[in-house]
Ligand binder design. Sequence first.
Ligand code: FMN
Length: 208
Amino acid sequence: MSNPKDIFNRLFKEIHPQDRLFPKSEKGIGDFESEEILNTNIYNVMLNRRSQRKFESKYVEDWKLDIIFAAADTAPTAGGFQGFEIFHIKNHGIKIKLVMAANNQPYVNAPVVLVFCMNPSRVKMKFPSDTLKKFSIQDATLAAAYAQLAAHSLGLSSIWIGMIDEIKVMEAIGTNLFPSSILCIGYPKKILQPKPKRTLSELIQVIE
Ligand SMILES: Cc1cc2nc3c(=O)[nH]c(=O)nc-3n(C[C@H](O)[C@H](O)[C@H](O)COP(=O)(O)O)c2cc1C
C-alpha cells in the first residue's frame, strides 16, 4: 500500500462498488467528461490535486469563486469564531506587489489571488494572546486548504504560496492583519500528475 492512489482506489471500491475514481491523466481539460471536471467526490479531488504554477489567462467564473469561498467558510475554526479573513485581490497593480512580496514568484499574478489572513481579535476566548494567534493561523490555514480542494473540484488548479514577506503583503493589500498564505487559482495550462507521497508506513508513527 504505497501511495494515496492505491489506498483510495482499494477502499473506495469496497465502499462504492458501482462508482469509480478518476485518476488524473495528462489530457487537456477539454478532453475530460464533465463528470470528471466538476468532481464532487472528495477522494477524487484529493487524489488529483496537484500544485500548478502555469495558468491560462481564462476568467474564472463567479459561481466557482462563490463555491470556493463557501468551502473556506465551512472549515473548522477554533471555538467556531472564524479567526481569519480572505482578501480577494482583483487589482493588477496589487497582484504585482504581491509577486514582489512573494520572493518574485511570477505565478502569484494569477487569475484569482486570495490572501488568507489571521484575525485573532475574532477569537473571543479567554486565552493568552499567543494562543489566540496560534488558533487564528490554524483557522486561516485550514480555510485556505478547504478553498484549495474546492478549487480542484471545479476543474481549477492552484498554488499555495507560503514564501511571503508578511509585512510587504500587509502593505500591498492595506491591512494590519497578518497573512498566513496566498492561494493562487486559475485554469491549468496543462494537467499535471499528482506528486508521489510517502508510504503510510513512513508517514504514520504508531504509539502503543
Ligand atoms: C506551507 C506551504 C508553503 C508553500 N509555499 C510555496 C511557495 O511559496 N511557492 C511555491 O511555488 N509553492 C509553494 N508551496 C507548494 C508546494 O511546493 C507543493 O505543495 C509541494 O511541492 C507538493 O506538491 P503538490 O501540492 O503538487 O502535492 C507551498 C506549500 C505549502 C503547504
